[in-house]
Design a binder for this molecule. Structure first.
Ligand code: ADP
Ligand code: ASP
Ligand code: MG
Length: 461
């Protein structure tokens, strides 16, 4: 089989874990052709984002020295643990070069007093760019031929929507032309930086947080892989986030549609766009636990054997806000098209929409990071009749399950269970596929709502 394997940040959090992951690759490469995509070591992306912001808002060269030293130590410690003497000096040199480059960029931000989306992407890309060469050198150290590549080297060419870049249309052919020869002619295992791509003119972009899942599925679709394996720290897709509801149970099989609904509505387990490249090509995606590799995990595929559960899983997004467009006496279609065109042009990610037409009232849930941009953009529509307002400190809960379609009374059960437990609903939306009911509550009630529904639909172990 041809398998694209992605190792998430927790899976590669230190040298011991990188070595463990490399051994997993070695084991499976005996019978399969493998391509690897790696995330940054756990915590590194957040560290880089914070460092970039601090260099901009509270510049201090001393802070840069300390940050660079801390990051360098983390990666050198990993090398000392995972990479053998034969390959160590080469990878150390690469890491030193990258650290020098990063130090210069951070100093640049400090002196210029400017942090653009483009420079932020450049800075966060160091996480994956530092990790991939170490992973690749670890494979070499255990006798597996390998080469490290950046997303750009691997053909992940994107538009220039920095922070949430989209792959260009012919990305699949470009990736195939860069990677296929490495597999078929050179017979080597490419280790590719997840999460990052490049514009056609060579600027580094990122695919959005959690984007290394998307890197893996883009590569799989390009190379016509048989499967994608996403190695994470959980046994698979669970009925909800185990960090909030510890009783959450493993879902052995889930459809593309259900998994997409879950990830779109915030389940951190998967990047929201990760399934797009593979679902048309019907490539199954397995979520596997790095720390429990023999467990079967979850398989995401087109058809699942059972749709018995009405509500299969629940998700919660807390980093969101609502923009409301309120008015009266307008052509609804006209206003809607204007609103969404403006939001698309401003690069705002729309999560959920709800509308009432007696009086014009359109509520749009967007990422918390987009709320002010959305508000600024839509305020331009404001006049004597139309008002644009925002609402913050809210959470979106989503109940997902293909079995909900055609089953009467599901929404009734959801809202009466919430009502009995004193949870107030601010906004509701259900898609025609009926595979999803989503609603907005105050941020403080998000966790309670999740637990109430998890119990109501008996999703626990
Ligand atoms: P990766 O290591 O690939 O980056 P993530 O940290 O992005 O993995 O995703 C795994 C995390 O997703 C888990 O730690 C878990 O807390 C969270 N999560 C949210 N919803 C779910 C769910 N339905 N099933 C499993 N994990 C979930
Ligand atoms: N390192 C990136 C993040 O933390 C991408 C990823 O892990 O998928 O978001
Ligand atoms: Mg992730």
């Amino acid at each position: 089989m041809r398998i694209v394997m992605k190792f998430g940040g927790t899976s590669v959090k230190d040298g011991e874990n990188i070595l463990h992951c490399a051994n997993l690759v070695k084991k499976f490469s005996e019978d399969n052709e493998i391509v690897v995509a790696v995330s940054a070591m756990a915590g590194v992306t957040d560290f880089l984002i914070k460092a970039a912001k601090k260099c901009y808002s509270d510049p201090s060269p001393g802070f840069i020295k300390v940050s660079i030293a801390e990051l360098a130590k983390k990666h050198f410690d990993a090398i000392n643990h995972a990479v053998s003497d034969d390959y160590r000096s080469k990878v150390i040199l690469m890491i030193e070069r990258l650290m020098d480059e990063l130090e210069k960029v951070l100093l640049g931000i400090t002196y210029l007093g400017e942090l653009t989306k483009r420079s932020e992407d450049y800075i966060v890309s160091f996480g994956e760019r530092l990790c991939a060469p170490i992973f690749s050198a670890t494979l070499l150290s255990i006798g597996v031929d390998s080469v490290a590549l950046t997303g750009g080297d691997a053909g992940i060419i994107t538009n220039s929507n920095f922070g949430r870049a989209k792959p260009v249309k012919d990305v699949y052919t470009i990736i195939d032309s860069r990677l296929d020869p490495l597999l078929t002619i050179k017979k080597t295992i490419p280790v590719i930086t997840g999460f990052i791509g490049s514009t056609e003119d060579g600027s580094i972009t990122t695919l959005g947080r959690g984007g290394s899942d998307l890197t893996a599925t883009l590569i799989a679709a390009s190379l016509n892989a048989d499967e994608v394996w996403l190695w994470k720290e959980v046994d698979g897709v669970l009925t909800t986030d185990p960090k909030i509801v510890p009783e959450a149970k493993l879902i052995p099989e889930i459809s593309y549609l259900e998994a997409m609904e879950l990830s779109h509505f915030g389940a951190k387990i998967l990047h929201p766009r990760a399934l797009e490249p593979v679902m048309v090509r019907k490539i199954p995606v397995r979520i596997k636990n790095t720390f429990n590799p023999d467990a079967p995990g979850t398989v995401i595929r087109e058809e699942t054997k059972s749709v018995k559960n009405i509500v299969k899983a629940l998700s919660l997004i807390e980093k969101v806000g609502v923009v409301n467009i309120i008015g009266a006496g307008f052509d609804f279609a006209e206003i809607m098209s204007d609103v969404f065109k403006r939001l698309a042009e401003a690069g705002v990610n729309v999560i959920m929409v709800s509308q009432s037409s007696s009086e014009l009232s359109l509520s749009i849930v967007v990422d918390e990071s987009d709320i002010n941009r959305a508000l600024r953009t839509l305020k331009k529509l404001q006049n004597g009749v139309i008002r644009v307002t925002k609402m913050e400190d809210i959470a979106v809960i989503s109940a997902v399950g293909a079995g909900m379609a055609g089953t009467p009374g599901v929404a009734g059960r959801i809202f009466s269970a919430l009502g009995k437990n004193g949870v107030n609903i601010v906004m509701i939306s259900q898609s025609v596929s009926e595979a999803n009911v989503s609603f907005v509550v105050s941020k403080g009630q998000g966790g309670t709502a999740l637990k109430v529904l998890h119990d109501e639909f008996k999703l626990f172990k």
